[in-house]
Design a protein around this ligand. Structure first.
Ligand code: NCD
Length: 313
C-alpha cells in the first residue's frame, strides 16, 4: 500500500487505515532489523538527502540507517558547514538540492510550517523530521508501534502525555494519532506549559500528575524544551521535578503494567527519574529508538511505492 499523499508532513492528513498499514509494514522491518541480514534493495538506485537545520542525534541517525538498510544512496547535508551559514534562504537551498534529483528529502527545521513550504518547491517526496512546535510524524508513528507491541493494541488505551506540551511537536503529533485511533488522551502539565486553545484539542487536561496518571496504560514524558523558552515558564527545575518529574512513587497512580515512554533526549532528574528511565519493567525508551528505524523504513518504502512501481513496469 502507498500513502495517499506524496509527502509525509504530519499525522494530520493520515487516515486510520494508512497508519495501520504503515505500522504493519514497520513491524516486518523490525523483525528483519533484529536478524543477521539487515540489508534489502527496496530503495536501490534512489537518493535520500537528510537536511537538518536543528541539532539531532537519534532522528538523523535513524533516518540515515533506515535509508541505508533499504539500499538507498544517503547523503547528510550538514547545515553547520553549508551555505545556509552564508545567508542562503531555505527555499534556495531546497532548489539547489532539488536540482540534484533526490527521491526523498528528510527535513528538520526550527520554524513551524517550514517543511510544508519546502515541500511545495521540490519534485521529490518530503518527510518532516520535526518542524518547530508543529509536527514530528515519524516520532508519533514509532511511539504508536512501541505502544501496539507492548499493549497488543492501539485503541481504547488511556495515555497520559506529560510535561512541556506547549513547545512539543511530539505531543502534538501523538495527540492527533492517538485520538484518530480512538484512545483516551490526557495532557498533564503546568498551565504555563499548555498550548493556547488546549480546551479545543479533544482531550482531558490537568495540572496534577496524580490525577493525570490515574489508571493510565501509557505514560509519555516530554523533554523540557529549554531552547524554545524565553524564561518564566517554570519556577525552578527542582520545583518542576517535585511536581511533574516522573518517579516510582508517581507511577504508582498509573496501571500496574503501565509503560513509560520518552522521545529523548532526556533531562534525567528534571522530567524523569534516571533509575525509572532505565527500569525495563516499565521503560520502553530503548524500544522506541529501535522502532524508529523500522517506522522510517516503512514510511520511505510507502512514499516511493509509485516510483518503484513505475520502474518495475
Ligand atoms: C524530539 C524532537 O526533536 O522533537 N526528539 C526526537 O526527535 N527524538 C523531542 C525533543 O527534542 O525533546
Amino acid at each position: 500500500m502507498a500513502l495517499r499523499a506524496r509527502h509525509l508532513l504530519g499525522i494530520e492528513p493520515l487516515a486510520p487505515d494508512e497508519i495501520t498499514a504503515l505500522l504493519d509494514l514497520a513491524e516486518r522491518h523490525a523483525g528483519r532489523n533484529r536478524g543477521g541480514e539487515k540489508h534489502t534493495a527496496l530503495l536501490a538506485g534512489l537518493t535520500q538527502i537528510n537536511m537538518f537545520f536543528e541539532p539531532s542525534t537519534r532522528t538523523q541517525a535513524s533516518f540515515e540507517l533506515a535509508g541505508k538498510r533499504l539500499g538507498a544512496d544517503v547523503m547528510n547535508m550538514s547545515v553547520a558547514q553549508s551555505s545556509v551559514k552564508k545567508g542562503e534562504t531555505l527555499i534556495d537551498t531546497a532548489l539547489t538540492l532539488n536540482a540534484m534529483h533526490p527521491d526523498l528529502l528528510v527535513v528538520r527545521h526550527p520554524a513551524s510550517g517550514a517543511v510544508d513550504l519546502l515541500a511545495e518547491k521540490v519534485a521529490c517526496a518530503v518527510l518532516n523530521a520535526g518542524d518547530g512546535r508543529h509536527e514530528h510524524p515519524t516520532q508519533a508513528l514509532l511511539d504508536a508501534l512501541t505502544i501496539r507491541r507492548a499493549k497488543g493494541r492501539l485503541h481504547r488505551l488511556t495515555v497520559a502525555i506529560c510535561g512541556d506540551i506547549a513547545h512539543s511537536r511530539v505531543a502534538r503529533s501523538n495527540l492527533i494519532l492517538l485520538n484518530r485511533m480512538e484512545n483516551r488522551v490526557r495532557l498533564v502539565g503546568p498551565p504555563t506549559l499548555m498550548p493556547a486553545g488546549v480546551g479545543e484539542l479533544g482531550c482531558e487536561v490537568t495540572d496534577d500528575m496524580r490525577e493525570g496518571l490515574a489508571g493510565a496504560d501509557v505514560v509519555m514524558m516530554l523533554r523540557l524544551q529549554k531552547e524554545r523558552m524565553d524564561g518564566g515558564f517554570i519556577p525552578s527545575e527542582r520545583e518542576y521535578y517535585h511536581r511533574y518529574g516522573l518517579d516510582a512513587e508517581k507511577l504508582l497512580h498509573a496501571k500496574p503494567d503501565a509503560i513509560v515512554m520518552h522521545p529523548g533526549p532526556m533531562n534525567r532528574g528534571v522530567e524523569i527519574d534516571g533509575t525509572l528511565a532505565d527500569d525495563i519493567r516499565h521503560s520502553v525508551i530503548q524500544q522506541q529508538v529501535e522502532m524508529g528505524v523500522a517506522v522510517r523504513m516503512a514510511a520511505m518504502e510507502m512514499l516511493t511505492a509509485s516510483l518503484r512501481a513505475a520502474r518495475a513496469g
